[in-house]
Ligand binder design. Sequence first.
Ligand SMILES: Cc1cc2nc3c(=O)[nH]c(=O)nc-3n(C[C@H](O)[C@H](O)[C@H](O)COP(=O)(O)O)c2cc1C
Length: 356
Amino acid sequence: MSLIVIKIAADEPSDNVRIDSVLNSALRDFDYRVISSLDETDPAEIRGQRLLFALPLGKYGLNSAYFRLLYTLRTRQGLLEGCTSAILIDGDSELYTKSTGTELAFALNSAGSALIGRPLAEGTGSLHNFRIQAKLIGVDCRGAYLAAVRDLADRLQKDRLQKYEKPQLLALHASSHRTSNTLQLWEQISERLGGSFEIKEIGLRNGTISDCSGCPYTMCIHFGEKGRCFYGGLMQEEIWPAVLKANALVMLCPNYNDALSANLTAFINRLTGLFRQKRFYDKALFSIIVSGYSGGDIIARQVISALNMNKSFYLPPHFALLETANDPGEALRIPGIDEKLDNFAENIRRTLVQTA
Ligand SMILES: Cc1cc2nc3c(=O)[nH]c(=O)nc-3n(C[C@H](O)[C@H](O)[C@H](O)COP(=O)(O)O)c2cc1C
């Protein structure tokens, strides 16, 4: 399948030089065409396509054409329905590439695009971010950068999420059933998914799992090969096997201080041992995110960054239901919530259930 590269121009022409040369070399053997803006293209030409967004950020992490792209994605709802995307970001400093990547990924997803697992290739100014990979494959940092972009384009061309007769969902939370708005929305979704899914729910409340102890890489590999982790416990006995069995993960995330709660973060960190053994490209990621006041997009970007970008889960279009509610029970009284719940449940069904 051919790719469409959306090459966003830099404000300073010199900031285009490295990213253009990386694209030319890395995509030499791919069938692709380049466009410079979504605005000048007929939406029918884009719909359902595989899109590689290529963005130069320069020294200060800024690009005015990128803001125009964000404007287009946020205002033209459904523009990317049926598309699958990946992202290349090239910077001239050590900052901003990842944070801009998560912002763009969330905007693409909200506009209807899926993102493949590990959808971001980023070149920081020094390319020092590639030093480990370069050593592993025996090339210099630029060689590792090219290899990463080739691998990204290859996966973008090929990756497809499988559907199932009766998909298995794993829902993870760390909240109280009695009071949590996030859990009440999940209960509604779970009811709507009814008999078409096999659903497992695990509560990771205080003390159930300790955070990662940051073992040396080789030690983590050593434990992981045996299906274990330094700390053992519930994580290796129940949660890793449940993740392996699941076709999709549903993260139930209340906004705690504009961040994921500590227990959910511990789960993601402790998943590292399993990730060393196994990629999760074939597992979809959904989330329900509830904030008392504001900031749901910050949590959505954290979930994308940690689980889609770092841990390789596939991001289906419109992966998250984002709501604002604070007092217990308030979420179920949000105007129009029933329709939103219907749509979110239908999105999960459409993503995962095989139709005859
Ligand atoms: C420790 C803690 C920190 C919170 N921080 C924020 C916050 O930074 N921003 C916000 O909008 N809501 C914040 N909230 C409110 C929750 O997001 C809110 O209660 C929401 O309903 C989700 O939580 P629930 O699923 O437990 O109901 C916080 C709640 C707690 C308990």
